[in-house]
Design a protein around this ligand. Structure first.
Ligand code: KG4
Ligand code: ZN
Length: 336
């Protein structure tokens, strides 16, 4: 199959994103319109406001992606769009928009899973990265370990039994008075702090299990903060952020490398919003070097939600002969 330029559209949560890849998977443009300003004062994503902002943004974000790629509508050979999981209303905006373009241009539509998008981000700019590898997805909604194989299949090895890693970052940041979204704010605050002042728990679900649990850590932070005055919390914010982050990072690194050993592979990809974390990237890199494991970390712009990863996953799906009918539905609760 010879692939041509593909447009990717992502509207599953609070970023309206569009990207264009050429037929070889090279990213020609990657536009992201963040709704942070819309949701900030609510301390989290408000679904109805997200849908409305997607409606306002999706067309001009897509046109900008085409402009930046120096392409017109007629150059497109396929449209990839996030079909799920995500917020129902938000997904519908991108999906309806993508369907109408595919219909008008008479080109195939391919609905992809947001998670497969994150997974595909590991191969953007790194096409030679082994297909047989362990993938850790750590985002706001997911913390999953998969064994990916050559044929494009995934086997679930472990997952969180409560909060996702990104959720742990976001809730911790809120408790520490850092604001929203918590991941990047804890990352920044922690750079000025010492990670060894307080030892927060590194929870294990069961001995040997590859699952994750972050709710105990969250409670430990809450209890610790209850012993401190507001002034003390403000004073120790950087240290507390560093210690809390360290606990999350240690668990992610420990479980990811345990999965690599269990799967008997020599490559580890770490993707999703949390893979943008500087401490996580440093600790993964150190451990991978020590153990001779090939590490695939996406560039920062492909860690958090974006449409380049959706187009990349769509391209893989098209190569496998998959297309989505124009009456395909949004799948808010789908898994992979
Ligand atoms: O993949 P993503 O953009 O959206 C979802 O699919 O959920 O991930 C968003 C999550 C948020 O919880 C955010 O706080 C976290 O990723 N995140 C980070 C960092 N940047 C984003 N967490 C830790 N450190 C970061 N630098
Ligand atoms: Zn995501």
């Amino acid at each position: 199959t010879v692939l041509g330029p593909i447009l990717g559209i992502e509207t599953s949560c609070d970023e309206t994103a569009a990207a264009v890849l050429d037929g070889t998977g090279h990213v020609l443009s990657n536009i992201i319109s963040s709704q942070q300003a819309v949701h900030e004062r609510f301390g989290g994503v408000v679904p109805e406001l997200a849908s409305r902002a997607h409606i306002q943004n999706v067309d001009h974000v897509t046109r900008r992606a085409l402009d930046n790629a120096r392409l017109g509508w007629q150059d497109l050979t396929a449209i990839a769009v996030t079909q799920g999981p995500g917020l129902a209303g938000a997904l519908l905006v991108g999906l309806s928009y993508a369907k109408s373009i595919a219909y008008a241009l008479g080109i195939p539509l391919v609905g992809v899973s947001h998670l497969e998008g994150h997974i595909a981000s590991a191969w953007i700019d790194r096409p030679a990265f082994p297909r047989n590898c362990v993938v850790l997805i750590a985002s706001g909604g997911h913390t999953h370990l998969f064994h990916a194989d050559e044929s494009g299949g995934f086997r679930l090895m472990g997952r969180t039994i409560d909060d996702a890693a990104g959720e742990a970052f976001d809730k911790g940041a809120q408790m520490l008075g850092l604001g929203y979204p918590g991941g990047p704010l804890i990352d920044a605050a922690a750079r000025k702090g010492r990670p060894t002042v307080v030892r927060f728990p590194r929870s294990r679900v069961r001995t040997g299990a590859l699952d994750f649990s972050f709710s105990g850590l969250k409670t430990a932070l809450l209890y610790h903060l209850q012993t401190l005055t507001p002034n003390a919390i403000a004073e120790q914010q950087a240290d507390l952020a560093a210690c809390y982050q360290e606990a999350i990072v240690d668990v992610l690194v420990r479980q990811a490398f345990a999965a690599v050993e269990r799967a008997g592979v020599s490559a580890l990809a770490v993707v999703g919003g949390v893979s943008a974390n500087s401490r996580l990237r440093a600790k993964l890199t150190e451990r991978a070097t020590q153990e001779g494991i090939e590490l695939g970390l996406p560039a920062l712009s492909y860690c958090t939600d974006n449409a380049a990863m959706i187009a990349a996953a769509g391209q893989r799906a098209l190569l496998l002969g998959q297309v989505t009918a124009l009456d395909g539905e949004a799948l808010p609760d789908c898994v992979l």
